[in-house]
Design a protein around this ligand. Structure first.
Ligand code: HEM
Length: 408
C-alpha cells in the first residue's frame, strides 16, 4: 500500500491521483461539438439497475445548471466525500443552509480581509521556501515551491504553530489521496479533528487574530457555527485550498515558461500578472470537472435527465469553447478578458478565489524577483501538464542565475 508519507512520494502520489493523460482537450472538444450533454450508462454491479451519468460540455449548459442549484443539487458531494470531509461540509450543502453557512465564513475570505496577510504570511512563506534553493541555481518548483506553498499558507491563516506545519502537510497529502487510499484519508480526517478540538476550544475562550477565531466568533442573527461545522470547513480547506492552488500555480508557471515572450512581458510589467492568472485557470483549470445530482426530472441542452442522475459540468471543456474564446487552446495572457468557469459559478463559486489569486500573484512576483533568468531546464525530461480530473505538471525543473543577495 502506498503511504505518501512525505514529498519523496510526490511523483507516485500525483500519478495515481491524476493519471497520465496529456491531452484530454481534443476529445473534450469533439464531445462539446457532437454530444454537448452526454449520457453515459454506468455499468453497475450485476443485477443492479443501471444509472445514467450525464456530462455537460458547453459553457451555457454548465452555467445554467450551476445557476439552478435547486434542480442540480450539491448533496452528491456529501454522499461521495462525507466520510472524509464530514457531513456538514458547505461544498455539499444546498440553500438555504448553504447560504447561512457561507455568510458566516465568507468575511475572512474577502479581498479586504486578506490584504493584511500579503507580506506577513504569503510573502514570508514564499521567501522561506525560495531561501532553501536560491543558492543552488536549479530547483524543481513543484516539489520545492508550488506544493508546500499553499499548505503552509492555510496553516498560517489558521494560526497553527510553525512546528506543526510538517504534520499538517502530511495530513493534507493523506486527505488529498483518500480516493485511492480511503483508510488513510479517514485516519487523517479523524487526526485533524482531534488536533483542532483543543485549538478551537482555546479560540472560543480567547479569540486571536486568526481564521479559527474568526470562525469561532462569527455570528449572524444570533446563530454561530457548531464545532462539527467548523471541523468540516477546516477539512475542506485542504482539498479545496491546497490541491487546486498548487496545481493552478504550476499550470501558470508552465504556461509562462513555455511562452517566453509572455514571461518577458510580465517581467517587464508586473501589472499583467492578474490577467495571466485568469488566463492560466481558463486554459488549464486545476480541476476539470465538478459534480451535481438532479433533484427532479429535468432537461439540459435538450437532453432529458431523470431525478437522481449525476450531472457533471465539464469546466475544462466550457473554458475552451471556440465561440467564447478565440483560439481557445492557446495560452494568451493578452486575450480579451471574459470570465471562465474555472472558479465554478453560482452560489458555490470558489470562496477562496481572492486568496488563490493573492497567492499566485505573490508567488510569481517573488520567483521573478529572487531567481534571475528563471527558465525551464532545457535538458529536463519533457515537463508537461497532465491529468484527467486534476491537472498540473508533476515537476517543473528550472534553472536560474544565483543572485548575489544582500546578506549582512
Ligand atoms: C486556483 C485555485 C482554485 C480553483 C481553480 C478553485 C476552484 C473552485 C471551484 C470550481 C469551486 C466550486 C465547486 C462546486 O461548485 O462544486 C470551488 C469552491 C470552493 N473553493 Fe475553490 N478553488 C481554488 C482555490 C481555493 C482556495 C485557495 C480556497 C480556500 C482556502 C478555496 C476554497 C473553496 C471553498 C471553501 C469552496 C466551496 C464554496 C461553497 O461551497 O460555497 N478554493 N473552488
Amino acid at each position: 500500500m502506498q503511504l505518501f508519507d512525505d514529498l519523496e512520494d510526490f511523483g507516485s502520489f500525483d500519478d495515481v491521483v491524476s493519471g497520465n493523460v496529456r491531452d484530454p482537450y481534443t476529445e473534450l472538444a469533439r464531445l462539446r461539438r457532437e454530444e454537448p450533454v452526454q449520457r453515459i450508462e454506468m455499468s453497475a454491479m450485476p443485477g443492479d439497475e443501471t444509472k445514467p451519468l450525464f456530462i455537460a460540455y458547453r459553457f451555457e449548459d454548465v452555467q445554467q445548471m450551476l445557476r439552478d442549484n435547486r434542480t442540480f443539487s450539491s448533496a452528491i458531494i456529501i454522499q461521495a466525500f462525507g466520510d472524509v470531509l464530514g457531513r456538514h461540509v458547505m461544498l455539499g450543502m444546498d440553500e438555504p443552509e448553504h447560504g447561512r453557512h457561507r455568510a458566516l465564513v465568507s468575511k475572512a475570505f474577502a479581498q479586504k480581509a486578506l490584504a493584511k496577510w500579503e507580506d506577513t504570511l504569503v510573502g514570508a512563506v514564499g521567501d522561506e521556501l525560495v531561501d532553501r534553493f536560491a543558492a543552488r541555481g536549479s530547483a524543481d518548483l513543484v516539489k520545492e515551491f508550488t506544493f508546500p506553498f499553499p499548505t503552509q499558507i492555510i496553516a498560517g491563516l489558521l494560526g497553527l504553530p510553525r512546528e506543526d506545519y510538517p504534520r499538517f502537510q502530511r495530513w493534507s497529502i493523506s486527505l488529498l489521496s483518500f480516493t485511492i487510499n480511503p483508510e488513510r484519508g479517514k485516519a487523517a480526517s479523524v487526526a485533524l479533528e482531534q488536533y483542532f478540538t483543543p485549538i478551537l476550544a482555546a479560540r472560543r475562550a480567547e479569540p486571536r487574530d486568526d481564521l479559527i477565531s474568526g470562525l469561532a466568533v462569527a455570528e449572524i442573527d444570533g446563530e454561530r457555527l457548531t464545532d462539527e461545522e467548523i471541523f468540516s470547513f477546516l477539512r475542506l480547506l485542504l482539498p479545496a485550498g491546497v490541491e487546486t492552488t498548487y496545481r493552478a500555480l504550476g499550470n501558470l508557471l508552465f504556461g509562462l515558461f513555455s511562452h517566453p515572450d509572455q514571461l518577458e512581458a510580465i517581467r517587464a510589467d508586473r501589472s499583467l500578472i492578474p490577467q495571466a492568472i485568469e488566463e492560466a485557470v481558463r486554459w488549464e483549470p486545476p480541476l476539470l470537472t465538478i459534480t451535481r445530482i438532479a433533484t427532479e426530472d429535468t432537461e439540459l441542452g435538450g437532453v432529458a435527465i431523470p431525478a437522481g442522475a449525476s450531472v457533471m459540468p465539464m469546466l475544462g471543456a466550457a473554458n475552451r469553447q471556440e465561440d467564447r474564446f478565440e483560439d481557445p487552446d492557446d495560452f494568451d495572457i493578452f486575450r480579451p478578458s471574459r470570465s471562465s468557469v474555472a472558479w465554478g459559478y453560482g452560489t458555490h463559486v470558489c470562496l477562496g478565489m481572492h486568496l488563490a489569486r493573492l497567492e499566485m500573484r505573490v508567488a510569481i512576483e517573488l520567483l521573478l524577483d529572487r531567481l534571475p533568468n528563471l527558465r525551464l531546464d532545457p535538458d529536463a525530461d519533457d515537463p508537461h501538464i497532465r491529468g484527467q480530473v486534476f491537472r498540473s505538471p508533476t515537476s517543473l525543473p528550472v534553472l536560474f542565475d544565483v543572485a548575489e543577495e544582500a546578506d549582512e
